[in-house]
Design a protein around this ligand. Structure first.
Ligand SMILES: NC(=O)c1ccc[n+]([C@@H]2O[C@H](COP(=O)([O-])OP(=O)(O)OC[C@H]3O[C@@H](n4cnc5c(N)ncnc54)[C@H](OP(=O)(O)O)[C@@H]3O)[C@@H](O)[C@H]2O)c1
Length: 265
C-alpha cells in the first residue's frame, strides 16, 4: 500500500552526516519528521530549517541510544504523542579504529548497543503497526564493512555484518506485507564518522575512496522509496564488495588490516 500523503519519518542520527542529509530529502519530499540524536542544538537547528524550507512538521527527541533503556522510552514517547511512524531510518552508529586487545571495552559494548541492539529494538517496536496497516518503509544503515571481517575495527565490522544479515532476512519475511526493509551499505563517506572513529588519514579514508555525503543520501533515499533490498552507493564500493566474494578470506583479512593501519601524510 502507498504511504500516506504526509508520512511521518523517524530518523536516528539526524544531527549530522548521512542522517541529516536523509532528513533533508525526506522533508523535501513531503514527510513530517521525528529527529533523534544526542545533540539537541543541532536537531533544533535542522528542525527549524526543515519547517521553513519544506513546511514539515518536525519533532525533536534528544536521546542517547547507547543507553539500553532508550529505544523503549523513545517508542513510548512517540506513542504518547499519538504519532504513527511510517518510515523508520535506523542510521545512528559509530566505529572505532584500534586493536581489540587495547580497546575501551565499555565503548565497544555501547557500539553494539547502538549499532545492533537499538536498531533491532526500534525495528521490533515500530514494525508491528506497519504490518497491521500494510504500509511502512525501514532503512537500516550498515556499511561495506558488512561484507568481510575488519581487523583493527573488529567490533564495528561485526556490528555491520549483523545489520546486513538482519535487514535482508526481514526484507524476505515481509514480502507482500506492504512493508519494505532496505539496507544501505555506504563505503567511506565524508561525515563526522572519520573523526569519531579516528580513521581520517588511513588509506581507507583518503583520496577518491571517500564519497561526498550528498550522493550517498540520494542513493539511499531512492532505494528506500523503491523498496529495494540493498543499496551500495558508488561504483568503487560495488566493485569492492563484488571482488570480496571471490578473494580468499586470508587475503581479504590482510588487505583490510593494511588499508586501516596505513596513515597518509
Ligand atoms: N561515514 C562513513 O564513512 C560511513 C561508512 C559506512 C557506514 N556508515 C554508517 O552510517 C551511519 C551514519 O554515520 P555518519 O557517517 O553519518 O556519521 P556521523 O556524521 O558521525 O553521524 C552519526 C550520527 O549518529 C548519532 N549518534 C551517535 N551516537 C549516538 C547515540 N549514542 N545516540 C543517538 N545518536 C547517536 C550522531 O548524533 P549525536 O552525536 O548528536 O548523538 C550523528 O547524528 C552510521 O551507522 C555509520 O556506521 C558511515
Amino acid at each position: 500500500m502507498a504511504l500516506s500523503p504526509r508520512p511521518l519519518a523517524l530518523v536516528t542520527g539526524a544531527s549530522a552526516g548521512i542522517g541529516k542529509e536523509l532528513a533533508e530529502r525526506l522533508a523535501k519530499n513531503g514527510c513530517d519528521m521525528i529527529l533523534v540524536a544526542r545533540r539537541t542544538d543541532e536537531l533544533n537547528a535542522l528542525a527549524a530549517r526543515l519547517t521553513e524550507a519544506h513546511g514539515a512538521k518536525v519533532h525533536v527527541m534528544s536521546v542517547d541510544l547507547g543507553d539500553a533503556t532508550a529505544p523503549r522510552k523513545l517508542f513510548d514517547d512517540v506513542m504518547a504523542k499519538g504519532l504513527s511512524v511510517e518510515i523508520l531510518i535506523n542510521n545512528a552508529g559509530f566505529g572505532a579504529l584500534g586493536e581489540f586487545a587495547n580497546a575501551d571495552l565499555a565503548r565497544m559494548i555501547s557500539m553494539i548497543q547502538l549499532n545492533v541492539a537499538a536498531l533491532t529494538e526500534l525495528t521490533g517496536l515500530f514494525l508491528p503497526a506497519m504490518v497491521k496497516n500494510r504500509r511502512g518503509k525501514i532503512l537500516n544503515v550498515a556499511s561495506t564493512a558488512a561484507f568481510q571481517p575488519g581487523p583493527l575495527m573488529a567490533v564495528y565490522y561485526a556490528t555491520k555484518a549483523y545489520v546486513l544479515s538482519f535487514s535482508e532476512a526481514l526484507y524476505e519475511e515481509l514480502r507482500d506485507t506492504g512493508v519494505t526493509v532496505t539496507c544501505l551499505c555506504p563505503g567511506p563517506t565524508k561525515t563526522e564518522f572519520g573523526d569519531v572513529a579516528d580513521m581520517n588519514g588511513t588509506s581507507l579514508f583518503s583520496g577518491p575512496n571517500v564519497m561526498a555525503v550528498g550522493p550517498v543520501a540520494d542513493a539511499a533515499f531512492h532505494a528506500l522509496m523503491a523498496g529495494k533490498r540493498l543499496v551500495v552507493p558508488g561504483f568503487r564500493n560495488r566493485l569492492l564488495i563484488f571482488a570480496v566474494r571471490f578473494a580468499p578470506r586470508s587475503v581479504i583479512l590482510k588487505m583490510v588490516k593494511g588499508f586501516q593501519s596505513q596513515r597518509k601524510g
